[in-house]
Design a protein around this ligand. Structure first.
Ligand code: HEM
Ligand code: NAG
Ligand code: NAG
Ligand code: NAG
Ligand code: NAG
Length: 328
């Protein structure tokens, strides 16, 4: 700044520096091996702990992947999904989609293990990102390096879930907007929807398509009529309890079968079926369906890294929570 001669150009330079610094302290601030010096065993502790959990209960891989998605889509990947409600605040957990979120206790206990090794160093948001990666890779899914250095937010607001997280009845326009808001494009939408190759859904996520689609006792014309018959056997109207496998037969294995299902008009949610309403997502679905998922594993790894950068807190923003359910 000593070379600044005119006040205006000085201010201009400072502005550029400030912009660069704030840019660095955002998504770009994440780094591979971020805890290399401060907590060298962090990633291996988390991997071993996740392995222990998944080998005992393979069906937990799905909710643990989904937690990272929900964390990143509401606010950003800042651990806000993990915070408990307080006397004065209803947190994200209190929103209706929470009813089906699972795995909080797994994250809390893995975080406790990490805290024991390196107190106050590793964020809950990073734990969630690593556990999602490790869960997927342990059920035959791809492995990817996770850029780290996320910090934990102090805010979690129930109503933000409805605004930022797509509902199962979202159409392609809404999906495009909500993904774009997180820096994700149509390819990412198609790829990440492939996360529905694992896990289960409660009936009420899709029963509208089976019984009373437009309020005239009709069914969703975009859903395979033979599949409707099968789904009706599992889900009666108003059922909010029964769980249905989203990728029947291989719901515990991370494979490309999701795209075969969607191509056959057997995607469970309207948001799955909506992938056929846009030329780019449709082309992706058919490409994976007809080539046995030739590029799905690689694409999924890439899109997960991209999703993991959504509005992260870095540098001195936020905090490193001690317990994932509470701000410090
Ligand atoms: C595109 C917008 C999306 C919508 C509308 C959506 C909606 C849903 C719904 C309604 C469920 C069922 C929850 C239940 O009733 O138990 C579900 C489950 C699931 N979702 Fe998504 N999802 C979307 C994207 C994603 C993404 C991007 C991922 C991860 C990359 C993902 C991963 C999962 C997993 C793994 C499950 C199964 C959870 C379990 O077994 O407990 N979803 N999703
Ligand atoms: C946080 O809230 C959940 C229910 O939302 C509860 O099961 C859990 O025990 C709470 N965590 C702690 C540490 O109090
Ligand atoms: C998509 O859904 C949004 C929100 O429900 C709605 O406003 C919009 O009209 C829908 N778009 C189409 C093309 O159906
Ligand atoms: C279908 O929905 C309409 C409008 O919400 C309602 O009036 C009707 O009773 C429903 N029919 C059945 C069979 O549930
Ligand atoms: C665990 C938890 O917070 N559950 C809440 C989920 O959302 C419903 C309704 O929005 C609440 O009643 C639950 O307490």
């Amino acid at each position: 700044m000593a070379t600044c001669q005119k006040l205006l150009s000085c201010l201009f330079l400072q502005l550029i520096v400030i912009l660069m610094v704030s840019n660095l302290s955002n998504a770009q601030g994440l780094k591979l091996g971020y805890y290399h010096k401060t907590c060298p065993n962090a990633e291996s502790i988390i991997q071993k702990a996740t392995y222990r959990v998944i080998s005992r209960a393979p069906t937990l891989a799905a909710p643990l992947l989904r937690l990272h998605f929900h964390d990143c889509f509401v606010r950003g990947c800042d651990g806000s999904v993990l915070l408990n409600s307080t006397k004065n605040n209803l947190a994200e957990k209190a929103a209706v989609p929470n009813l089906s979120l699972r795995g909080f206790n797994v994250i809390d206990s893995i975080k406790a293990e990490v805290e024991e090794a390196c107190p106050g160093v590793v964020s809950c948001a990073d734990v969630v990102a690593l556990v999602a990666r490790d869960s997927v890779s342990m059920i035959h899914g791809p492995y990817w390096e996770v850029p780290l250095g996320r910090r934990d937010g102090r805010v979690s607001i129930m109503n933000q879930v409805f605004a930022e997280l797509p509902a199962p009845l979202a159409n392609i326009t809404t999906l495009r907007q909500m993904f774009a808001a997180k820096g994700l494009n149509m390819k990412d939408l198609a790829v990440l929807s492939g996360g529905h190759t694992i896990g289960t859904s409660h009936c009420n996520g899709f029963t509208n398509r089976l019984y009373n689609f437009t309020g005239r006792g009709d069914t969703d014309p975009t859903l395979d009529p033979n599949y409707i018959v099968k789904l009706r056997q599992k889900c009666k109207p108003g059922d909010t309890k029964t769980l249905v496998e989203m990728d029947p037969g291989s719901f515990k294995t991370f494979d490309e079968a999701y795209f075969t299902l969607v191509a056959k008009r057997r995607g469970l949610f309207q948001s799955d079926a909506a992938l056929l309403d846009d030329p780019e997502t449709k082309a992706y679905v058919f490409l994976q369906a007809t080539t046995h998922g030739s590029t799905f594993a690689k694409d999924f790894a890439e899109s997960m890294v991209k999703m993991g950068r959504a509005r992260v807190l870095t540098g001195n923003q936020g905090e490193i929570r001690k317990h994932c359910a509470f701000v410090n």
